[in-house]
Ligand binder design. Structure first.
Ligand code: ZN
Ligand code: ZN
Length: 373
């Protein structure tokens, strides 16, 4: 099994062809993709400066090319841009990089740009292409990135195993008398030790803080009986992210907590069971939500059931009510219902799943019970 998903020449060519087809189907004449997850997906290029224009130019008709400041050209070595042999158009300070890109694209009418393109480049291109309209490339590129290929699924499995290995250690750190921040520091170090490039987020929500889904860490001291939400993740070197939540109890949380938690666990299982080809994203949300609502906690489940994941922690498809997107094999997303009782406690269970031919695969395998520490 390879340890990177860095696109080789064949993969770059295949992804560029699919991007062209999707652009053509959308009536777009050219894509302009600056550094960010879309560029990483298409070419493996990750970092380039913000104020100097680097961009993939991908016309529907004609060859792809890459605009880059000459001083950053060496950084393309080994990337998909380099390996694919596409033409590189470099420029030096003082030259008009937007005019260079516009000249290369020629007489195009609809140009779709990456969602995270800095405004100075959007406006710069617009000024040099007065006859073209600029629009977001997101509707085109999400069609590609939403459907993971086998190597991407492998990367998500590795990310899942890495964060599972951190969750396995968490009970040892949740000790009465320690603060959330102290526990968070242990978790942060373990996330990196498990092979992530960074701990992108570490939520340790104890007691009442667990009722705030995006709480991070605080100086609150853990007490016996606390319920603690631990939601953690980050990127592996190849760029794919982990994201998993388990809920723990410091000592005995009592029967009332266990009863509510059992509802949540059934809801999460129902969401997983509903995730299969042909179901919609909204069906998965409703499967989980119905169980929580029927138990009387509908008002306490205050977010969508999940989000897509890949090169970004949050990307398409979003698993929320009313999303009619039909699930297909290769789509990867979280299933993370929660129940939040304000000023008391909260609980959430989160797995990343990948839709398979018949159902879905959970890449997170840690026990989903309320784990007493
Ligand atoms: Zn999470
Ligand atoms: Zn999540």
């Amino acid at each position: 099994m390879s340890t990177t998903v860095g696109p080789d020449a064949d993969r770059v060519a295949a992804r560029l062809d699919r991007a062209r087809d999707a652009a053509a189907a959308a009536g777009v004449d050219a894509l302009v993709v600056t550094p960010g997850p879309d560029l990483q997906y298409l070419t493996g290029v990750v970092k380039h400066s913000h104020e100097r224009l680097s961009a993939l130019l991908l016309p529907v008709e004609g060859a792809a090319s890459f605009v880059v400041p000459r001083l950053e050209r060496p950084g393309l070595a080994g990337t998909g841009v380099d390996r694919s042999g596409m033409e590189v158009l470099d420029w030096v300070d003082g030259e008009d990089a937007h005019a260079l890109a516009a000249g290369r694209l020629g007489a195009v009418r609809r140009v779709a740009v990456a969602a995270d393109m800095p405004a100075l480049h959007v406006l710069g291109l617009r000024d040099r292409m007065p006859d073209a309209t600029l629009e977001l490339a997101t509707p085109v590129l999400r069609e590609l990135r939403m459907r993971k290929d086998a190597d991407e699924v492998d990367a998500l499995r590795r990310a899942g195993a890495a964060i599972d290995s951190v969750h396995a250690q968490v009970p040892g750190w949740l000790v009465a008398g320690r603060t959330e921040a102290e526990v968070g520091a242990d978790i942060t170090a373990a996330i990196v030790a498990a092979g992530h490039t960074e701990a992108a987020f570490v939520i340790v929500g104890s007691g009442p803080n667990g009722a705030s889904p995006h709480h991070e860490v605080s100086d609150r001291v853990l007490q016996g009986g606390d319920v603690v939400v631990v939601d953690i993740g980050g990127p592996l070197p190849e760029g794919y992210n982990s994201d998993s939540t388990r809920t723990y109890a410091v000592g005995d949380p009592g029967d009332a907590v266990r009863e509510v938690y059992a509802v949540l666990q059934r809801a999460q299982e129902a969401g997983v069971a509903a995730a299969r080809p042909g179901a919609t994203a909204g069906d998965v949300d409703e499967a989980a939500r119905a169980i929580i609502r029927d138990a009387g906690y509908g008002e306490n489940f205050i977010h969508r059931t999940g989000h897509g994941i890949g090169l970004e922690v949050h990307e398409e498809p979003y698993i929320g009510g009313g999303n009619d997107l039909v699930l297909e094999p290769g789509m990867a997303f979280s299933i993370e219902p929660g129940i939040y009782l304000p000023e008391r406690w909260g609980a959430r269970i989160e797995d990343i799943v990948v839709v398979t031919a018949t159902g879905c695969e959970q890449v997170n395998r840690r026990p989903r019970d309320l784990i007493s520490c």
